[in-house]
Design a protein around this ligand. Structure first.
Ligand SMILES: C[S@@+](CC[C@H](N)C(=O)[O-])C[C@H]1O[C@@H](n2cnc3c(N)ncnc32)[C@H](O)[C@@H]1O
Length: 204
């Protein structure tokens, strides 16, 4: 099976189960306050790889206008039910249908790590393209080197791929971002793993 199909079919299958495991008060969710402190109310924020919308889009929707993107149809169905006043689009992150300079900020939690890492640099450049100048990106990236891995996750086959912290920070800069802050944060579902969270700004 192709790597994309493994991820998409997997999240279609475990959509509800995954949402139940997410928590609304873990450190990753508290980090969203980095955006709350910096953006105007009602700013346009993209949640890239939004899943069911819980808890990331849901938290952000208290302050901002949210658009969510995910390629798993069941995740999008749940997101539309959970957050009827936000906009959700079923699309691959690597082929998003947005014009340039649209969003004031974007977040992407635990999604880029499921995209083959050879595509990460191009994805970051596309994130940069759709942000307004001065826009903010709060991204969850790999903390360690993982060329690719396929394993069981919550009873389904799953695929991961990412670079290490230093490479990811370098790629952010090469994509035109200024890195404002970063931290390796423990995974709230899997205590054995941790990820790099980066807050960056689109330079002119
Ligand atoms: C681990 S879940 C995280 C969901 C949500 N961001 C959260 O923090 O709870 C990863 C999500 O990313 C989506 N995803 C992974 N690769 C994607 C891609 N190439 N295009 C669109 N969505 C993708 C999956 O379908 C899944 O819903």
């Amino acid at each position: 099976m192709g790597r994309r199909k493994i991820v998409r079919d997997g999240y279609d299958k475990i959509a509800s189960q995954y949402a139940v495991k997410r928590t609304a008060n873990s450190e990753d969710i508290q980090l969203l306050n980095l955006l709350v402190a910096r953006l105007q109310p009602r700013s346009k924020v993209l949640d890239a790889g939004c899943g069911s919308g819980y808890p990331v889009s849901q938290f952000l929707s208290q302050y901002f206008q949210i658009t969510g993107v995910d390629f798993a149809a069941e995740q999008i169905r749940l997101a539309k039910t959970n957050l009827p006043y936000s906009t959700f689009v079923c699309s691959d992150l690597t082929r998003m249908p947005f014009k340039k300079d649209v969003f004031d900020a974007l977040v992407s939690y635990y999604a880029i790590i499921h995209v083959p890492r050879q595509e990460h640099s191009r994805l970051l450049v596309d994130f940069h393209r759709i942000l307004k100048t001065g826009g903010l990106a709060l991204l969850c990236l790999g903390a360690g080197d993982l060329p690719e891995d396929t394993a069981d996750y919550l009873g389904t086959e799953m695929f991961w791929s990412h670079y290490d912290k230093e490479t990811n920070l370098r790629m952010m800069k090469e994509s035109g971002f200024e890195v404002l802050w970063y931290k390796v944060v423990g995974d709230p579902i899997d205590a054995a793993s941790a990820h790099l969270f980066v807050l960056a700004q689109k330079l002119a």
